[in-house]
Design a protein around this ligand. Sequence first.
Ligand SMILES: Cc1cc2nc3c(=O)[nH]c(=O)nc-3n(C[C@H](O)[C@H](O)[C@H](O)COP(=O)(O)O)c2cc1C
Length: 368
Amino acid sequence: MKTSNLYEPVSLGNFHLKNRIVLAPMTRGRAGSERVPNEVMAEYYHQRSTAGLLITEATVISKQGIGWIDSPGIYTDEMVEGWQKVTSRTKPTDTPIFLQLWHCGRASHSDFHDGELPVSASAIKLNGDQIHTPLGSKSYETPRPLSLDEIKTTVDDYRKAAINAKAAGFSGVEVHSANGYLINQFLDSKTNHREDQYGGSFDNRFRFLKEVLEAVLEAWTPDQVGVRISPNGVFNDMGGDDFREIYLHVVKELDKFNLCYLHIMDGLAFGFHEKGEPMSLAEFRPLYRGNIIGNCGYTKETAEKRIEEGNADLIAFGRPFITNPDLPERFRNNRPLNPAEDMSLWYTPGSEGYTDYAPFDAPSSVKT
Ligand SMILES: Cc1cc2nc3c(=O)[nH]c(=O)nc-3n(C[C@H](O)[C@H](O)[C@H](O)COP(=O)(O)O)c2cc1C
């Protein structure tokens, strides 16, 4: 048995965490059209720094990586300075903060790219509802496959973003390989029909993620880098027939990198592609020697159970943290949680539905 409970301090590489509760990465669309982090974002992360580890919202590595309105970036000096506002607020709390590195790939639209098509592993359109662009709600388009030269440039964009994350004062970075974004589009047989060295075999489909990791590891040591995957995920029209085989391969390969952690969205709360039995942490644990973060639909009780049984070292919480900035204290003291928010304020600008949830022991425990 590896562990005991959620509230115990734990070592994560060289980091000493106050507990095993992680703020899951959550896009909140508060960075404005210039994609520069600001004071209200600094307040949001500071409010949640009783977590053992903070993972930021997905943050685009380049202009080409954009696919979401008002999400932050990490590719200009202004963005680096903006993120410094955030990290300077979380640093005194001794809670490490990792920046999630993001390229949307086909989950984007030409409205974000001056009329140019979004890119992906292959020219396969996302079959889904409309996408919100700066010019309104639009249908998805068939993306353009990245050329071999463009793959190199994209890997280089990850390298630069990783260097910028260091300058911005982060403790580490998480490579977003989940939820149907660009790296996931290379891993999944549904979205990768390439016939070159980036498609076909499991090694080839893993190659893009491998090269991104190698680039990121030029700026950071392995114990400062995490990877997030969503083997069961259906979000953004994902789910290949061979999902089990590719993810077993991916996890075995990631094990060789000796990373800070592997973040696995094992829960089915966000849907399941139903291409077979869902994959569980118990299936991955024997293949991966490092720290595993579980996520998706966990409650205090299921999180404690997962840690006790030894299949996860930490659990990330997303939606419960939106309305409960002091989630770890509420869990620890068996306090009631504020109800989850409906989606209406998830991505709206400003502090409403964002930084206006008071901690339990504040004079008002609901929205101020
Ligand atoms: C508003 C919102 C934004 C999200 N944005 C991201 C994101 O930027 N990156 C990511 O990897 N996952 C994102 N997710 C998924 C969450 O990290 C998490 O996996 C999901 O909410 C399930 O965990 P939960 O049941 O604890 O909420 C988002 C989820 C929500 C609700």
